[in-house]
Design a protein around this ligand. Structure first.
Ligand code: ATP
Length: 231
């Protein structure tokens, strides 16, 4: 139901300088819903997240959060409603976990409730955490601002599958608790199949297909062959 959507993207065309990299991208994400964004390297997934967050020039189209278009002054007001976690774990390694949360304006009690693994790590420097724990901290920092829309790039990058699974389970709990709409860029169709509600398949800057989670696993080889195979 687009009317009550957390995020609506309509005809979004965006890129770098005068070069458009994504073209006419349209989709919506309901509250509490997790939508996967799949595609091979260079398909335009990261560009899509950054364009939604307002980091890139938009050449066309519209982005609405909770029904409000993100443009001009409204964009500045609504900016806090869009949280983005980019690859590379945006944490401060020489500050403690607690300081990292506080600097981000994330309530510490709430963060450890959503990410119990962080409780005993609060006094430690973020730089000594494992990759999975750092990813949780990066998520907790962003989630702590209670965004309506959460944009997440390659959560499972460089992590052991079991660790990725635990974080994706937490993400599901977060989406439900905040009633937030989540866009999750994911390389692994297996993970996507078990953790997203729907998946968008991107290729060469276009959304080629939108597939319900229930069909993802069954159509995996077709999707791989059509859109995700080697270059
Ligand atoms: P990956 O998983 O490799 O990050 P992706 O699907 O996220 O892939 P993007 O990073 O969005 O893909 O890249 C899409 C296209 O935009 C690529 O052709 C890339 O070369 C180009 N691109 C990315 N960043 C820039 C930039 N800063 N300036 C110019 N072109 C860029």
């Amino acid at each position: 139901d687009a009317a009550g959507a957390a995020l609506e993207v309509r005809g979004l065309t965006a890129g770098y300088g005068s070069l458009a990299v994504i073209h006419d991208v349209s989709f919506s994400v309901g509250r509490g819903e997790i939508v996967g964004l799949l595609g091979r390297n260079g398909a335009g997934k990261t560009t899509t997240l950054m364009a939604i967050a307002g980091f890139l020039g938009r050449y066309g189209g519209e982005v609405r959060v909770d029904g409000t278009p993100l443009v001009g002054p409204a964009y500045r007001r609504s900016r806090g409603q869009v949280g983005i976690v980019l690859e590379g774990r945006s944490t401060f390694p020489s500050l403690t976990v607690r300081q990292n949360l506080q600097l981000a304006g994330a309530p510490v009690d709430e963060a450890v409730e959503l990410f119990p693994e962080l409780r005993t790590k609060l006094p430690l420097k973020a730089g000594v955490l494992s990759g999975g724990e750092q990813q949780m901290l990066a998520l907790a920092r962003t989630v702590g601002r209670h965004p309506t829309v959460l944009l997440i790039d390659e959560l499972s990058f460089g992590l052991a599958p079991a660790v990725s699974e635990r974080i994706l389970e937490r993400l599901r709990a977060v989406a439900t608790a905040l009633s937030a709409g989540v866009v999750l860029v994911e390389q692994h169709i297996h993970f996507a199949a078990s953790f997203v509600d729907r998946a968008l398949i991107m290729n060469e800057g276009l959304v080629r297909a939108e597939i319900p989670a229930a069909e993802l696993a069954a159509r995996e080889s077709e999707i791989e062959r059509l859109y995700l195979g080697g270059v």
